[in-house]
Design a protein around this ligand. Structure first.
Ligand code: FE2
Length: 248
C-alpha cells in the first residue's frame, strides 16, 4: 500500500478555473470519418477482452474530492484502506491473484463503483516516457484509429486510453491534478458524438459544457470536470502526449 498524500486533488479547493490558453476548451479540427472511427472502436472494444475495471484512485493522491454540493459518486479504492471497510472484506484481497479482480469483487459487493465502466489501454505508458510504451495488441484491429491518432497535432503520443461509461451513469466532478496553469498536454475525442462533458467553476457554481462541435478537444484537467449521464453507453478516447509547437 502506497502512502496517500493529502494533496489539493483530495482537498476541496474552491478557486476559479484556470482554463487553457485563456478559455474553457480548445477545439482541434481533425479531418477524419467519425462514423468509421466510432464503428471500428466499438468493434474493437466488443472483440477485445482487455477492458479493465478502473481503480477510481490516483496512485499518489487517492480518490479525488468533488466540490461542495456536487455528487461525489461512490467511493473509490480508498475505502479499501479505510477503517470503515469491514476487515473481513479487506482480508479477502489476498484471495485474488490480481488487483483488477479484487476491484471487481468490491464493485459487485457494492463497496465501490467505477465512474468509468471500462478502461481499455490502447497504448499504455507505464514507463512514463514522452513517447509512451508500444501499442497494445488491440491496435491490430484498429488500423483506422491508429491512422487518426497519428494525425493528431502531437510530437509524441504518450498514453492512449478508451474511457467508457454505461448508460445513465455519471463521471463525478473531480480534478485530475492539483490546480495549475500548466495542465497536461492531451487531446480527447468522442467519435460516437458529443458527450455532456463540463467544467465546473466553484465561485460561480456554474457548469460550462463542452460545445457539441468540439469532438476533438482539450481542457485544463486540473479544473473541476465531470460528465453527466447519457441514455446510452458513451466513451471518450483520451490521448496524452506532447503537443506540436504552437498549440499552446
Ligand atoms: Fe478527469
Amino acid at each position: 500500500m502506497t502512502d496517500i498524500k493529502y494533496d489539493p486533488v483530495r482537498v476541496h479547493d474552491p478557486s476559479a478555473n484556470k482554463g487553457i490558453k485563456g478559455q474553457n476548451f480548445l477545439k482541434f479540427d481533425i479531418d477524419c470519418d467519425l462514423e468509421r472511427l466510432d464503428d471500428e472502436i466499438c468493434m474493437a472494444m466488443a472483440k477485445d477482452d482487455s477492458a479493465k475495471v478502473p481503480s477510481g484512485r490516483h496512485p499518489t493522491y487517492g480518490t479525488p474530492v468533488s466540490p461542495t454540493g456536487m455528487y461525489p459518486g461512490r467511493p473509490g479504492m480508498d475505502q479499501v484502506f479505510s477503517p470503515e471497510l469491514d476487515k473481513a472484506i479487506q482480508d479477502k484481497r489476498d484471495e485474488f491473484d490480481h488487483p483488477e479482480r479484487f476491484r471487481k469483487y468490491l464493485m459487485y459487493r457494492g463497496f465501490q463503483n467505477a465512474p468509468w465502466s471500462l478502461i481499455v489501454n490502447v497504448k499504455p505508458n507505464i514507463s512514463r516516457r514522452p513517447e509512451g510504451d508500444p501499442y497494445s495488441d488491440i491496435i491490430n484491429i484498429m488500423p483506422y484509429t491508429k491512422q487518426v491518432l497519428e494525425s493528431l497535432p502531437m510530437k509524441h503520443l504518450g498514453r492512449v486510453v478508451i474511457l467508457g461509461s454505461n448508460a445513465d451513469t455519471i463521471v463525478p466532478c473531480h480534478r485530475d491534478e492539483p490546480p495549475s496553469n500548466h495542465a497536461k498536454n492531451h487531446i480527447n475525442f468522442t467519435p460516437g458524438g458529443a458527450r455532456p462533458i463540463y467544467l465546473y467553476d466553484c465561485p460561480t457554481e456554474t457548469k460550462h459544457y463542452l460545445p457539441k462541435d468540439h469532438i476533438f478537444h482539450a481542457y485544463n484537467i486540473s479544473d473541476y470536470h465531470g460528465v453527466d449521464a447519457m441514455p446510452r453507453f458513451s466513451y471518450t478516447v483520451r490521448v496524452d502526449g506532447t503537443y506540436e509547437d504552437g498549440i499552446l
